[in-house]
Design a protein around this ligand. Structure first.
Ligand SMILES: [Zn+2]
Ligand SMILES: [Zn+2]
Length: 84
């Protein structure tokens, strides 16, 4: 009988590919609590859904994994405006 892996932050049971933390939010909370070290914050790209890391200072503004995705998002926004 195997142990059920649990989130290192909120103790929720982990599923499938999740490791250590149930969500990026919990991971960030745990990372943010570390007193020192390069704290990399995990973000999810709003375009392709991939997770990527940013420094805390950049994380708060970051929405996309790359300039390419940023371009896609901006292009979509522009197109939406044109449609309206
Ligand atoms: Zn959690
Ligand atoms: Zn992306």
């Amino acid at each position: 009988m195997g142990k059920i892996p649990r989130c290192g932050e909120c103790k929720a049971a982990l599923h499938g590919r999740q490791r250590k933390y149930c969500s990026i939010l919990c991971r960030n909370t745990a990372m943010g609590r570390k007193p020192k070290g390069k704290s990399q914050f995990y973000c999810i790209c709003q375009v392709c859904g991939m997770s990527y890391t940013k420094k805390k200072s950049l994380y708060e503004r970051s929405r996309f994994c790359s300039r390419k995705c940023q371009g896609v998002a901006l292009g979509k926004a522009r197109r939406k405006k044109e449609e309206l």
